[in-house]
Design a protein around this ligand. Sequence first.
Ligand code: EPZ
Length: 432
Amino acid sequence: MDRIRIVGGTPLRGMIPIGGAKNAALALMPACLLTDETLALSNLPHLVDITTMANLLAQHGVTMALNGDSALGSPSGHTLELTAAEVTNTTAPYDLVRRMRASVLVLGPLLARCGRARVSLPGGCAIGTRPVDLHLKALEQMGATIDLQEGYITAEAKGRLNGAHIIFPQITVGGTENALMAATLAEGETIIANAAREPEVADLARCLVTMGARIDGIGTGTLRIQGVERLHGAHYSVVPDRIETGSYAIAAAITRGDVELAGARIDLMEAVIKTLRDCGVEIIPTERGFRVKADAGEIVGTDIMTEPYPGFPTDMQAQLMALMTTASGASMLTETIFENRFMHVPELMRMGAKINVHGASAIVRGVPNLSGAQVMATDLRASVSLVLAGLAASGETIINRVYHLDRGYERVEEKLAACGACIERIKGEAAE
Ligand code: EPZ
């Protein structure tokens, strides 16, 4: 397994290009199943999770053509053309689904297109049990019969799905996306109340509209969909990744540097921007995105609670915690979305951080500086928080199991090294 070696202490200066959003791409790609024509997605990031989704779709019968160059700094990313001319298999197998939970997003499209689907239950992951009960209840309301057998979801719809009035009891990004995709081809009107408002959900809705879907209320908590007979092909560009942006903004802040994030969209991350400004980080909008300036003045602690969009994103909690470990004063980070998303805490403490976890809250007391250490990545966002801590720590940090990182960050060491970071990837043996 590869490792990443960092010698910290260098303030980052320069420009980091922001790619397309992983969590938008993972919903946009299965949308190709809703039509027999070609869906072309540009600004697609080159990530392990994207490759996993492509492999999953290929075994459903989707043909794909990749072009475009994602050389460092190219704003375009990849363009992937996906064509589900014929769906030859409606089963999503365990060995693919267990690798990436977002695979469950083929469920709604397969049901809407083929009237049946057999999708492995994703199972839990490091950050929580992550059930999909709300996805299933929504699809049942639309007329699907759902059985759980041998670890698989078996779903059937007699003919077309029916429009329904779905009220999600709690905000679910994936549940909203599955219901939304299924509703585009259902008979009649579907209303999705208490819908997730994450920018990635809005991106999916906008893409579906370019494919001929009829959706009102995009970006709000109530989506109204008029089902249509069929959808057609389209060309759609993936929204920039607000979590990648926030992660690199914190890389600039934690090293007390000055970095421009090209391609970033401030309007997609107002809660993160407000929090960084509350901590004393200067955020300056530019033509290409925005600049993060933290080379003057001190970084002070602040309190946050993770919440569904537009609140502070749970996917930024670990990264902010890394910044808070060397801020002046104390801070409290409360995780309200997932039940086990503090696994970066013991690793940060090995680097000298002072953190106390009480239930869903972590109290961080800032220390003058961290010291490098051998640390272990456990999940995607925890691993990037260790990279951020390593950039600021004195001495050498070795991060093990960086395959977690590669799921969600494209060429992370190249992008950071281009801004002066002393960071390299140490190729590991295949299976250690
Ligand atoms: C999406 O996961 C993201 N993944 C996650 O990003 C993100 O953390 C999460 O939304 C919250 O913003 C993708 O988009 C691929 P949820 P998702 O359904 O859809 C519970 C990352 O790091 N729940 O909004 O799985 C669930 O257990 C990843 O990029 C149910 O109880 O999240 C959780 O506590 C991590 N039943 C909460 O709701 C359900 O049927 C939010 O889950 C569905 C969810």
